[in-house]
Write a protein that binds this ligand. Structure first.
Ligand code: SF4
Length: 370
């Protein structure tokens, strides 16, 4: 692989640096594998500062695997509201239920058993096994691949499975005996604080002296990665239907299907248009009337158009929503029960109805929630 002296240098310098410089993060105060597991799932595609309050609140609501397993799914989604990538929360709860049933609520300390749980990929399995149980397991994610590409001057595409497999073997070799927990966290910390994607801070890096990427002047151009496809655009006209009369203070929501994107979450009703039909829809068509007709057919709610409120944009991992938001009003004549999956919801009842971020923003902008 590489000269053993270089590998020893890297591991030793990195560990020494970490033990002095490491951040005091809430999940670093615990060795409970459930706590580490929750933190690793939350940290996927999400910044540390964003995760902190969610982590504390989630564990106060669901302090054990058993508590999470027994909770209603909507409560778990509500605790996750705003973090995005909601399949993470659903998978976490499914896996917690399996741990409760199969292992009596104790997180398995064998990698094959843990990795077989729902939502656990190779990185998460390695991170939890090493951090919680100090097992010699690599935990290689994009940050670690960036550090390795630069330090070892690996000019291979990190989007390829073969490159990842190679780096996992390298990470395994680098873990010093009995130091897996600190070493893997040190690697993550270096990638997060020093060897950052743009403009790495080489001058304060503990391994700068022997960093082959830096010595070759390639620290900014590594790692090599083929570009992911841009998210697919989707076009939607969205109805903010406010109640009047007996429905005063209520907004019409509907629940998404139990499978697929944003499964089981609540949303403002909306209608999708094709890319070709969208310009005409927003330029010429009476969008409010069209929404009103659809709503009457789908939910039984008679609502009158009240003009355009604005636009909203949201990117999921592989889809980008372009939305135009229109206000409608419905007096309803006292009918509080539209057809399922529609429901009239007061601001207070939002507590039990998890919503994706894009709809929270629309409801906040409209002054319906804080
Ligand atoms: Fe990254 Fe620079 Fe350190 Fe090399 S010297 S590992 S490029 S921060």
């Amino acid at each position: 692989m590489y000269e053993s002296e270089t590998m020893r240098y890297f591991s030793r310098e990195l560990l020494d640096w970490y033990r002095v410089q490491k951040r005091d993060l809430p999940w670093r105060r615990s060795r409970d594998p459930y706590h580490i597991w929750v933190s690793e799932i939350m940290l996927q595609q999400t910044r540390v500062e964003t995760v902190k309050p969610y982590y504390e609140r989630f564990l106060s609501l669901f302090p054990t695997v058993g508590a999470l397993a027994a909770a209603p799914e909507e409560q778990v989604l509500k605790a996750w509201e705003g973090l995005g990538y909601y399949s993470r929360a659903r998978n976490l709860q499914s896996a917690a239920r399996e741990v409760a049933e199969r292992y009596g609520g104790r997180v398995p300390d064998r990698k094959d058993e843990f990795a077989a749980l729902k939502g656990i990929g190779p990185y998460t399995a390695g991170a939890v096994m090493s951090i919680a149980f100090n097992r010699r397991e690599p935990a290689v994610d994009g940050n670690v691949m960036r550090v390795f590409s630069r330090f070892f001057l690996i000019e291979e595409d990190i989007a390829k499975g073969a490159t990842r497999a190679y780096m996992e073997r390298l990470a395994y070799e680098l873990i010093p005996e009995g130091e897996a927990s600190d070493f893997n966290q040190a690697l993550m910390e270096l990638g997060a604080l020093v060897c950052v994607p743009k403009s790495p801070n080489c001058l304060i890096c503990p391994v700068m002296e022997r960093c082959a990427g830096r010595l070759a002047g390639k620290e900014e151009s590594l790692p090599l990665k083929t570009k992911a496809k841009p998210p697919r655009p989707e076009y939607r006209a969205c109805a903010l239907v406010m109640g009047e009369g007996e429905l005063q203070g209520r907004v019409l929501l509907r629940q998404r299907p139990a499978a697929g994107l944003l499964a089981s979450m609540w949303e403002l009703p909306h209608v999708e248009f094709s890319e070709a039909g969208w310009p005409a829809a927003i330029a010429d068509e009476p969008l409010g009337e069209l929404l009103s007709e659809r709503l009457a057919g789908d939910s039984g709610v008679a609502a009158s158009p009240g003009g355009t409120l604005g636009v909203a944009e949201h990117t999921f991992s592989h889809i980008h929503w372009h939305m135009r938001v229109l206000r409608l009003t419905a007096s309803g004549g006292g009918d509080l029960q539209p057809q399922a999956p529609y429901r009239w919801i007061s601001a207070g009842e939002l507590e039990n109805h998890p919503l994706p971020n894009v709809f929270i923003r629309i409801l906040r902008d409209a002054g319906f929630m804080q």
